[in-house]
Design a binder for this molecule. Structure first.
Ligand SMILES: Cc1ncc(COP(=O)(O)O)c(C=O)c1O
Length: 393
């Protein structure tokens, strides 16, 4: 923006104003989408000296800079830099590689997004990094798992299927005392509802495929770093040659402008549907940390200012065919991975097979639900039809 107000802006306003250079864009509101690899230097002297604002497409264009700047403004003062990644998973893997290498040890929450585990148990292990999974509810007890070579503690709150809440400030205090950095997958709350840097996180990751994109049509991720970690992050990203296609960068920037209003709607609609589900005789438990009945509620209230559209339910024990009948009957809930788009989703999941530090025994079939931007009355009517089919199966 050409003129900026003098008073500090709220995150919702920064989402609208940051990363805009109207004058540089001939008055247009949004940046041009630069499809670019080669950048030409005007003279031999400039080429030899690498003298140019932009030198090569992979290293940044006005489009990628606009998005980085907007994400940085959203994170707030403590954010020293943002790197754009081709997916949420590549953002997680790159952030981990930025802070740990051969001979190092990392601690990862047992509730972590499963592909993060696959990275740690596969590529990271082959690189010589040892991973220990810990109970997500460990809090300051993390101290007893920290070894002299522990470089990083990875947190994710809540877990994106099982929804345990973590005491991130307590974990971060211990990690920092012992010289380890804290990485967080902040996709669920986004920086709008969880101020990661203010709570002790050093590298905050988002799968931008979810709420930043918001329309289920891009693959994108990002890592925001504080001053202590930004150089390592940038070095790793440049060495790996990671960059994002310009159209996805543009769509991420466009999504970001409306993220606050979409997220507020997801938050309130999901709570309405979650409360309704909690009253159903077929449902044993609703796993949603913003519900007063949830074991994670106290931490959510203390550390978070909102929630998104994603939560899980535990059904009372029933045959699989009854659960399938419920899912097959739904017409407003698609069955598919990912979340954060405008549409509602449902998936059947089971964490039993891969947890190593804690036992997953919810006592019945578990469904993960994403509440989209539809009318909640329509969604509840659809779910009611699903329960009728479940009873009939
Ligand atoms: C919590 C969480 N983190 C990261 C990812 C990975 O994001 P992407 O699919 O963009 O690689 C996902 C995807 O579902 C996720 O749910």
């Amino acid at each position: 923006m050409a003129k900026m107000p003098k008073t500090p802006l709220k995150p919702e306003t920064r989402l609208v104003t940051a990363g805009r250079d109207t004058k540089g864009q001939h008055g247009f509101v949004n940046p041009a989408v630069y499809h670019a690899s080669t950048v030409l230097f005007p003279t031999a002297e400039d080429q030899v000296a690498h003298r140019a604002r932009y030198q090569y497409g992979r290293r940044g264009t006005p489009t990628t800079e606009a998005l980085e700047e907007a994400l940085r403004a959203l994170e707030g003062e403590a954010c020293a830099g943002v790197s754009l990644m081709p997916s949420g998973l590549s953002a997680i893997a790159t952030a981990l590689m930025a802070v740990a290498g051969s001979g190092d040890h990392v601690l990862v929450t047992d509730s972590v997004y499963r592909p993060t585990r696959v990275f740690c148990d596969g590529v990271f292990k082959r690189m010589g990094v040892e991973t220990t999974y810990y109970d997500p509810l460990i809090g300051e007890g993390i101290a007893k798992l920290i070894k002299p070579n522990t470089r990083a503690v990875f947190v994710e709150a809540p877990g994106s299927q099982s929804f345990e809440m973590q005491d991130i400030p307590a974990i971060a205090t211990v990690a920092h005392d012992k010289g380890a950095v804290v990485l967080m997958d902040n996709t669920w709350a986004t920086p709008l509802y969880f101020r990661a840097f203010e709570k002790g996180v050093d590298l905050s990751i988002q799968a931008g495929t979810k709420y930043i994109g918001g329309h289920s049509d891009i693959m994108f991720g990002c890592v925001s770093a504080n001053a202590a970690t930004v150089a390592k992050l940038k070095d790793t990203v440049h060495a790996l040659g990671l960059c994002v296609g310009p159209d996805d960068v543009f769509l991420a920037l466009r999504g970001l402008r409306t993220m606050a209003v979409r997220l507020a709607r997801h938050y309130h609609s999901a709570l309405t549907v979650a409360r309704w589900l909690g009253s159903r005789p077929e449902v044993a438990r609703v796993l949603h940390p913003a519900l007063e009945s949830d074991p994670g509620y106290a931490i959510w209230r203390r550390d978070f200012t909102g929630a998104c559209g994603l939560f899980s339910i535990v059904l009372k024990p029933m045959p699989e065919k009854a659960v399938h009948a419920f899912m097959n009957e739904l017409s407003l809930f698609g069955m598919g991975f990912s979340w954060g788009g405008f549409e509602s989703l449902v998936i059947l999941f089971d964490c039993t097979g891969y947890r190593t530090a804690t036992r997953w025994a919810p006592g019945g079939p578990t469904l993960r639900i994403h509440i989209g931007l539809e009318d909640t009355g329509d969604l509840i009517a659809d779910l009611e039809r699903g329960f009728a089919a479940m009873r009939a199966a």
